[in-house]
Design a protein around this ligand. Structure first.
Ligand code: UGA
Length: 440
């Protein structure tokens, strides 16, 4: 198949390379010249394990190209919309300006029989609006939400855990165009479908809702366990043991029950807010009232860790040296959007602490956005003479850090385990004051 992928961020760049590796002829399009130059040179413009190798192998087939010109999308059979939908400044709603711009630019290049496939996370109703604008072009819109996780994006794209097609329907049945669209998309995803990947074929509204429902559920699961952490703090219980114990129930499951600093990133926080905003527009805001609480629990964890730092520093962090291990919103990523680690680091700086942050991959991105923070190249450098160390992002390097080695460089052996990944006994045995969220 000939495919265009519009938007080459975390989603689109991986999708373009993955589609080429599956045998399709792909052009990736982005307005960012630097990004396109990097991708053309076979370099990933951000840190994503496996992507450089995929770009190299797909590039070598001659089937993968990148361009800044939307005109180069002309001639493709299938056009994937992969642009970002960030939170609107000062509002909960999603900012659809990039979807709007990409779609408007693409329109004149569409031919009869083309498929436009939306992958961006959008408020329900967006697909219906876009489909109406395709009338008369002979092109068909499909909504095909993406569930990839940063850090595992290559695997999640090549071997997704499910595929969802939102097709044009009448009375719940795909139209002729919808049926034809499904045949084309089945060809695009022939490899994962042959592996037995579950496929849900549905209408536009359901497909758009599936995505935000999934992210809302994940956010709720994390905030649930973080709410339990608050109870554990009030009672002396241990939230990690509580999570293990409830997680043995298959109906609950242990995944996404890691209590700590909570969720950040470019997806979960803005998606639950955009979903609440959309529910309000639809007159059903009560249905998602709980997401407001999910958001509040999540934000309270950031405040709690600053309080913990104050507690271990005898009541004040003013003038204290704080080392923050981790800047990315999660390990195996250099993405710092709404990073809990940086939000806490900045709070402590504003409250008078001298904060030094380190991260295996995210320091350049973090320094660009938070120029007032100080950065170090390694955990040992960041922790030199520190009064307190905060583990904020659970990279393997930090999980396995040697308490004795770190203890040799700090001024005071005080560790805050913001992700509940260290062994309290080992750290205490090495002379550290160990504190964590939701643990005695
Ligand atoms: C999330 C979803 O997991 C993907 O399925 C979805 O496709 C993606 O958003 C998206 O909408 O594009 P991602 O943002 O990459 O993926 O990150 P997650 O792995 O979901 O982690 C989100 C945040 O939750 C991180 O800050 C992580 O540290 C935190 N988290 C995760 C916890 O605090 N506790 C947990 O148990 C799990």
């Amino acid at each position: 198949m000939r495919i265009s992928v519009i938007g080459c961020g975390y989603l689109g760049a991986v999708h373009a390379a993955a589609m080429a590796s599956l045998g399709h002829e792909v052009v990736g399009i982005d307005v960012d010249v630097a990004k396109v130059d990097a991708l053309r040179a076979g370099k990933a413009p951000f840190y994503e394990p496996g992507l450089p190798e995929l770009l190299t192998s797909a590039g070598a087939t001659g089937r993968l190209s990148f361009s800044t010109e939307m005109a180069d999308a002309a001639g493709a059979d299938v056009h994937f919309l992969c642009v970002g939908t960030p939170q609107k400044r000062g509002e909960f709603r999603a900012d659809l300006q990039y979807v709007e711009a990409a779609f408007t630019d693409l329109l004149p290049h569409l031919g009869a029989g083309d498929l436009v496939v939306g992958k961006s996370t959008v408020p329900v109703g967006t697909a219906e609006d876009l489909a109406a604008r395709l009338e008369g072009t002979g092109a068909t819109l499909v909504w095909n939400p993406e569930f990839l996780r940063e850090g595992f994006a290559v695997k999640d794209t090549l071997h997704p855990d499910r595929l969802v097609y939102g097709l044009p329907t009448t009375d719940g049945v795909p139209t002729d165009d919808g049926a034809r669209a499904q045949t084309l998309l089945d060809e695009v995803y022939a490899a994962p479908l042959a592996e037995g990947t579950p496929l849900v074929v549905t209408d536009y509204a359901t497909a758009q809702l599936v995505k935000v429902a999934a992210n809302s559920f994940l956010a709720t699961k994390i905030s649930f366990i973080n709410a339990m952490a608050e109870l554990c703090e009030a009672t002396g219980a241990d939230v990690t043991q509580l999570a293990d114990a409830i997680g043995f129930d298959d109906r609950i499951g242990r995944r996404f029950l890691n209590a700590g600093l909570g969720f950040g990133g470019g997806c979960l926080p803005k998606d639950i807010r955009a979903f609440m905003a959309r529910a309000g527009e639809l007159g059903v805001s009560d249905a998602l009232g709980f997401l407001r609480e999910v958001d509040s629990v999540n934000m309270r964890r950031r405040v709690r860790v600053v309080d913990l730092a104050r507690e271990v520093c005898d009541g004040s962090i003013v003038g204290r040296r704080v080392a923050v291990l981790g800047a990315a919103f999660k390990p195996n990523s250099d993405d710092v959007r709404d990073s809990p680690a940086l939000s806490v680091a900045e709070q402590m700086r504003l409250q008078g602490a001298h904060v030094t942050v380190t991260d295996p991959q995210a320091v350049p991105n973090a320094a660009a956005r938070w120029p007032e923070l100080r950065f170090a190249d390694s955990a040992l450098d960041a922790a030199r003479d520190a009064d307190v160390v905060l583990l904020a992002t659970e990279w393997d390097d930090y999980r396995s850090i040697d308490p004795a080695a770190l203890g040799a460089v700090v001024a005071h052996k005080r560790i805050l385990d913001g992700r509940n990944v260290l062994d309290p006994a080992a750290w205490r045995a090495a002379g550290w004051t160990y504190r964590a969220l939701g643990r005695p």
